[in-house]
Ligand binder design. Structure first.
Ligand code: 2IT
Length: 445
């Protein structure tokens, strides 16, 4: 296999699917060497099979808005790969959602889920419906109609959706209720449920918490820790919130948050009150960060991203390709020590290469953000056992899983000069697990 030749063919087959092609190129560039050391993989067509989703459901979602108008959105579920377990991955509700974005997310999810050590395959789905500016009644109606189509294709042992951008506890509650009405079973099927009906403690915080455990472990390889470090976070959603909470508890100073409108710089650092306010802002459904600056007398920089600031640790927690080469150069010239790509594919390919080439600590999304889906896996286990664990039990397991992911990255990513290339480590470890499982099961999927 040769990367450019393989990609040229894939581009011809899926023209214009930029995010999907970007995610595939990153993974196969990392695994080219080990792939070619295993001629049995090539003979079994593993690469050609692993880059294609098992199936894609696309469906129409008509719904009625508060003014009585009939609106139409498109719903998707991409069941990407179930070699190591049932399909598992979130649903994204955002105006930008399209097949390319969901395919990249499903592809990434397959390897991320493999890294968690739990038996979960990869999937992703969602809709170009944006909850931003919609009333609660409109969101509920949309969620119900979305489930009218999706319910037949999911199940606790086949495909288990969860949240992602635009889908949190509220939307999961509406969708799960409709699923139960139609399927007449009460088996968990979604993760990210509220605590009262099968949700797991620590699941809302898990992506951010897992990220901080991982980042701290990276820093420890250099004899450092997160305590006392200055941290830039982008976004202000669920992931940014969990990361800010844990970073602050671990003694770091979080100085930025951002929204589509710009970013805030809070020199004093976030505290419990400010972090609690993030939830209020998010519940307001307005998708702007500016009110934070007004409330807490912080600086607001419209139209910009936080990466122009001098910080020790940068944690992109918003969306794909939110940190580009220029941002990477700015962070590097300001002496950044560690970058954790908490959003899925938060860095452009050029930015991610720049971090690796400059030998700073850099963790790709599929490793550093895997705590979210890992805790979803723990929610599935609790549902299957008909019990619930304490926060301490879940948190303990989350720590163990993040540490196991770090070990896999170090095992497969250590280079001749001793540098841990986490991008290569995560891609090779995830790929090997999925590829071997596919080999063991013949060529049918
Ligand atoms: O990107 C992700 O890993 C998620 N949105 C969470 C998926 C899940 O099934 O918990």
């Amino acid at each position: 296999m040769e990367v450019n030749r393989f990609m040229a063919n894939l581009e011809m087959k899926h023209p214009g699917e930029h995010e999907y092609l970007q995610a595939v190129r990153e993974v196969i560039s990392s695994i080219e060497k080990v792939y070619n050391e295993h001629p049995e993989f090539d003979k079994a067509g593993i690469l050609e099979r692993i880059v294609e989703p098992d199936r894609i459901f696309i469906f129409k979602v008509p719904w009625v808005d508060d003014a009585g108008n009939i609106r139409v959105n498109t719903g998707y579920r991409i069941q990407f790969n179930n070699a190591i377990g049932p399909y598992k991955g979130g649903l994204r509700f955002h105006a930008s959602v399209n097949p390319s974005i969901l395919k990249f997310l499903g592809f990434e999810q397959t390897f991320k889920n493999a890294l968690t050590t739990l038996p979960m395959g990869g999937a992703k789905g969602g809709s170009d419906f944006s909850p931003k500016g919609k009333s609660a009644a409109e969101v509920q109606r949309f969620c119900h109609n979305f489930m009218l189509e999706l319910w037949r294709n999911i199940g606790p042992d086949t495909d288990i959706p969860a949240g992602d951008i635009g889908v949190s506890g509220r939307e999961i509650g509406y969708m799960y209720a409709m699923y139960k009405k139609l399927a007449r079973v009460n088996s968990g099927v979604f993760t990210g449920k509220a605590l009262g009906f099968g949700g797991s403690l620590v699941r809302p915080e898990a992506t951010g918490y897992g990220c901080l455990y991982f980042v701290n472990q990276m820093l420890e390889t250099k004899g450092m820790s997160i305590e006392g470090k200055t941290v830039a976070i982008s976004g202000f959603g669920n992931v940014a919130w969990g990361a800010a909470l844990k970073a602050t508890r671990m003694g770091a100073k979080v100085v930025t948050l951002s929204g589509p409108d710009g970013y805030i710089y809070d020199e004093a650092g976030l505290d419990d009150e400010k972090i609690a306010y993030m939830l209020e802002l998010r519940a307001s459904n307005n998708d702007v960060i500016a009110p934070y600056a007004k409330k807490f007398k912080a600086e607001f920089i419209p139209g910009k991203k936080p990466w122009e600031r001098k910080v020790d640790v940068a944690l992109p927690c918003a969306t794909q390709n939110e940190l580009n080469l220029q941002d990477a150069k700015n962070l590097l010239s300001n002496g950044v020590i560690c970058v954790g790509e908490v959003s899925n594919m938060g860095c452009t390919a050029e930015a991610s290469d720049a971090f690796v080439e400059s030998r700073i600590l850099f963790a790709p999304g599929k490793a550093v953000n895997a705590g979210g889906v890992a805790t979803s896996g723990l929610e599935m286990t609790q549902n299957a056992m008909h019990l619930s664990w304490t926060a301490e039990e879940v948190d303990q397991k989350l720590r163990q899983i993040m540490s196991a992911i770090h070990d896999q990255c170090a095992l497969y990513g250590k280079e001749a000069d001793g540098y841990i290339n986490y991008v290569k480590g995560a891609n090779v470890a995830g790929f090997m697990k999925v590829a071997k499982s596919m080999m063991d099961q013949g060529y049918i999927s």
